[in-house]
Write a protein that binds this ligand. Structure first.
Ligand code: COA
Length: 257
């Protein structure tokens, strides 16, 4: 069976490669489970000093698998704690530095996970798109807190509510990414950055990352976001957005009041 997340450990790096290119690396529950477990376990592994997240295919990720979202929205049973996305607390708690290499497009959680990465490299033609409200959803992964802090309220609002694409150049000038590189050089450049981090004094790096982050505040915000997210997943607004995606048409929210 095809592994949708490739896991490789070498040179003190944990490399996680999204590998579902036929579905634009849309993230399934199984992929979140692998990503969450690998990121959480890295903290306890003395052989891992940095995590690199990258993708095969023509885009980083199209975000959450929309069929999985629809299944959650249609479920009649009340959600259980184990239904929650295991990647989110792993990102909030991670003490190991994370570098991301973004090619093509990153959508939804493909954008919001970058806010938990410590260095972000983007291909110079890459785009960031956070179409939460276009899907009648709300921002997740702590992004309702982190995004306005990082880029300011009006830019964050435009990204979330209008789903406007942000170019790689803009992402760098807004502080969402460190630098852009030609697409062909992206993976090598991001790996070099990860190796540079891995060569630094490990306890010093871990303490520095921890001091820069508010883990408890992040987990509290993620929990608040999840309640809103679930409510929206069960809404008629989301059903319209999902049907529109499946039928390859624009959503019509005019009947909702
Ligand atoms: N969930 C599930 N499947 C997805 C997906 C997603 N988020 N994004 C893309 N796919 C699937 C498509 O259904 C299609 O499958 P098929 O070949 O079986 O029909 C395949 O991936 C290729 O996608 P396609 O739409 O043909 O590629 P594209 O290059 O024309 O467009 C996107 C790419 C990412 C712009 C477009 O697929 C899209 O808008 N996806 C939804 C993104 C989204 O809203 N994500 C959630 C954010 S919160």
């Amino acid at each position: 069976m095809t592994q949708h997340v490739l896991v490789e450990k070498s040179e003190k790096l944990l490399v996680l490669t999204l590998n579902r290119p036929d579905k634009k690396n849309a993230l399934t529950r199984a992929m979140y489970a692998t990503l969450g477990a690998e990121i959480a376990n890295a903290d306890a592994d003395p052989n891992i000093r940095c995590i690199l997240i990258k993708a095969n295919g023509d885009m980083f990720t199209a975000g959450n698998d929309l069929a999985d979202f629809a299944a959650i929205g249609n479920a009649t049973a009340a959600p259980k704690p184990e239904d929650a996305n295991p990647l989110l607390p792993a990102l909030a708690r991670s003490r190991t530095p994370i570098v991301a290499a973004v090619n093509g497009r990153a959508l939804g959680i493909g954008v919001t996970l970058l806010l938990h990465c410590d260095m972000v490299y983007m291909a110079d033609d890459a785009l960031l798109i956070a179409p939460f409200v276009n899907l009648a959803l709300v921002p997740e992964a702590g992004s309702s807190l982190l995004m306005p802090l990082r880029i300011g309220h009006v830019r964050a609002f435009e990204m979330f509510v209008l789903g406007e694409p942000v170019s790689a150049g803009k992402a760098v000038s807004w502080g969402l990414a460190n630098r852009t590189v030609p697409a062909a050089e992206l993976h090598a450049a991001a790996r070099a950055a990860a190796l540079a981090i891995a060569a630094r004094a490990p306890a010093s790096v871990v303490a520095t990352k921890s001091l820069m982050r508010d883990q408890e505040g992040m987990l509290a915000r993620m929990s608040e976001e999840s309640g809103n997210f679930l409510r929206q997943l069960k809404s008629a607004e989301f059903k319209e957005a999902f049907n529109a995606f499946s039928e390859r048409r624009a959503a019509d929210f005019s009947k909702f009041g």
